[in-house]
Ligand binder design. Structure first.
Ligand code: HEC
Ligand code: HEC
Ligand code: HEC
Ligand code: HEC
Ligand code: HEC
Length: 408
């Protein structure tokens, strides 16, 4: 950019020969000024302003200690070279908390846990570490898909916490934390993930059902791989995920992913979470809790054991319990994704106009996908399921009859 503007100005001067002849000296000075101005890199202006600020606040001796020239943090383990501190000179200074950017002291607590010599800047903020122009360093620019996820971007996406997008980066290391202090959107996303039973249909970290796609590295999917035909407004992976969480069928007509009724904030929290799941070459020494095994909790295990010893054991063994309770057989769903099957015998008849036998032989909707991709039932097993669901229904009717008698 700088080169081009310099050349243009020089070209104009060259073609204006007669004027040069008249006032050669003035033009020479002008050319020198234009050249000097565009040759002076942007960062030098910030550096000298930073020196002025330090001199004003702390005296000329400390101003002398302000480093001169391009400054960088090279972190071999993470493969990054970040020159952000060339302009952001005040990061490690005390007493510049109220200075304007890029001179301000950095919030301290977070850097106490993550020293910049070991973490650089882009591991948390994103951006192009090597660049020394603000525009190139912050982005967004072409051919660089990782802009600084700062407050301007957050404002653009209307996030309640404008800086929340940065949490995508926190989770590339904190993926296995149940909770990470200072990352409220991630924490909310992780809570929803467990509550809503996303794993019934999705493999995440090697565990889960196969009705939907494996989400372990969802964040690595390129923005161009999503279909934006039905999205009004700005197109990015983030807007796609938010719209999809609010209403999967609006974007993918044949989707069997439930509409959970998420608020905008919850949909954003989940979008930040799934986009943080990138395949990244981060050494284990940078990943807290990496020994963590993503397996059912002791409570979940104990409950499963109990149910395996009861009359509904079949539905635990065949994994129906991931999505369905069968209340009269003591089966409690891991996540209430499908209806209570204690009522299936009459429900299927009234909802689909078909018998249970017919429905399980030729299922539609979610059960079509479940029984063709996730669970196979042999004809014998199908009969066993039907028999047990009839029994569950009988128990339900008996319970209702007793309750009705009591009322009278
Ligand atoms: C461990 C993660 C981490 C690292 C490493 C890190 N930062 Fe930050 N940075 C943060 C957090 C968290 C905030 C505070 C955001 C907030 O106030 O909510 C922040 C705030 C900032 C801000 C102020 C942003 C604003 O919106 O006001 C700037 C500028 C900044 N950092 C630059 C840098 C630079 C330059 C480096 C490298 C020397 C760096 N950071 C390293 C996490 C980090
Ligand atoms: C050429 C100088 C320059 C370089 C290099 C630079 N910045 Fe900045 N940065 C600025 C200036 C000036 C501002 C304040 C004005 C603005 O927001 O654009 C700023 C603001 C910021 C903010 C707050 C704005 C927001 O949206 O929240 C963050 C965060 C930040 N920079 C991070 C970085 C990171 C990370 C790098 C390295 C990849 C970097 N900067 C490199 C000059 C620079
Ligand atoms: C490059 C990897 C990496 C990134 C990115 C990162 N962290 Fe960390 N974080 C760590 C490591 C490693 C530790 C040290 C854990 C330990 O001491 O066991 C840590 C420690 C912490 C702690 C202290 C935990 C404790 O128990 O004391 C908090 C809180 C934290 N990080 C929050 C964040 C937030 C918020 C972000 C994003 C702004 C972030 N981290 C980004 C790797 C990272
Ligand atoms: C009943 C099964 C089911 C449940 C429960 C479910 N999903 Fe899905 N999900 C799907 C199916 C099927 C697709 C593929 C069709 C589509 O995109 O809607 C999908 C697609 C997705 C995608 C898009 C993947 C891509 O790259 O196209 C994401 C992200 C996702 N689900 C996250 C979640 C999260 C988070 C939850 C829990 C809050 C969840 N899902 C619950 C079935 C389910
Ligand atoms: C991944 C989640 C999931 C699993 C696992 C699952 N189902 Fe379903 N099932 C559903 C959903 C959701 C519905 C509601 C119908 C729809 O949305 O298409 C449903 C509906 C049904 C119905 C109709 C119930 C009614 O009241 O209309 C029956 C019967 C049924 N499932 C049986 C089973 C059996 C038997 C198994 C185990 C072999 C099983 N399901 C496993 C999600 C699941």
């Amino acid at each position: 950019m700088d080169h081009r503007s310099t050349n243009n100005k020089l070209a104009v001067v060259k073609n204006d020969g007669p004027i040069v002849a008249v006032s050669g000296l003035a033009v020479l000075i002008l050319v020198a000024l234009v050249f000097y101005d565009s040759a002076l890199p942007e960062w030098q202006a910030y550096q000298s302003e930073f020196r002025n600020i330090v001199e004003e606040k702390f005296g000329s001796e400390r101003a002398q200690s302000v480093p001169v020239g391009i400054q960088q943090l090279h972190v071999k383990e993470l493969g990054i070279t970040d020159r952000c501190i060339t302009c952001h000179g005040g990061v490690m200074w005390k007493g510049l908390e109220n200075s304007p950017e890029p001179y301000r002291s950095h919030p301290r607590e977070i850097l106490a846990k993550h020293p910049i010599e070991r973490f650089g800047c882009t591991s948390c903020h994103g951006g192009q570490g090597y660049a020394t122009d603000a525009g190139d360093a912050h982005g967004p620019i072409e051919h660089w898909e990782d802009p600084v996820l700062g407050s301007r971007m957050g404002e653009f996406y209307v996030l309640s916490d404008k800086r929340a997008l940065m949490q995508m980066h926190c989770n590339s290391c904190h993926r296995y934390d149940r909770e990470t202090k200072g990352a409220s959107f991630l924490n909310r996303g992780k809570q929803l993930l467990a509550e809503k039973g996303c794993r019934a249909c999705h493999v995440i970290n090697g565990r889960g059902g196969t009705v939907g796609p494996d989400l372990t590295y969802e964040g690595t999917k390129a923005p161009e791989q999503f279909n934006y035909e039905r999205i009004k407004g700005f197109h990015s992976a983030f807007t796609w995920h938010v719209a999809h969480f609010k209403s999967p069928k609006d974007l993918v007509s044949e989707s069997v992913m439930p509409q959970f009724g998420f608020s905008s904030a919850d949909a954003q929290a989940l979008a930040i979470l799934v986009m943080s799941w990138k395949k990244a070459a981060i050494p284990l020494s940078y990943v807290p809790n990496h020994n963590f095994r993503d397996v059912p909790t002791a409570d979940e295990k104990a409950k499963e054991e109990r149910m395996l010893n009861g009359p509904g054991a079949f539905f635990v063994k065949k994994n129906c319990f991931l999505c369905h309770s069968i209340s009269t057989l003591g089966i409690e769903a891991a996540a209430q994704i499908g209806p209570d099957l204690a009522l299936a015998v009459t429900d299927v008849q009234s909802r689909f106009g078909r018998t249970l036998d017919d429905f399980l032989a030729k299922p539609t909707g979610t059960m079509d996908v479940v029984l063709s991709t996730m669970i196979t039932l042999t004809p014998e097993e199908r009969n066993e399921a039907i028999e047990k669901l009839r029994f569950a229904h009988q128990l339900k009717q008996q319970a209702e009859a007793i309750a009705a008698k009591r009322k009278k």
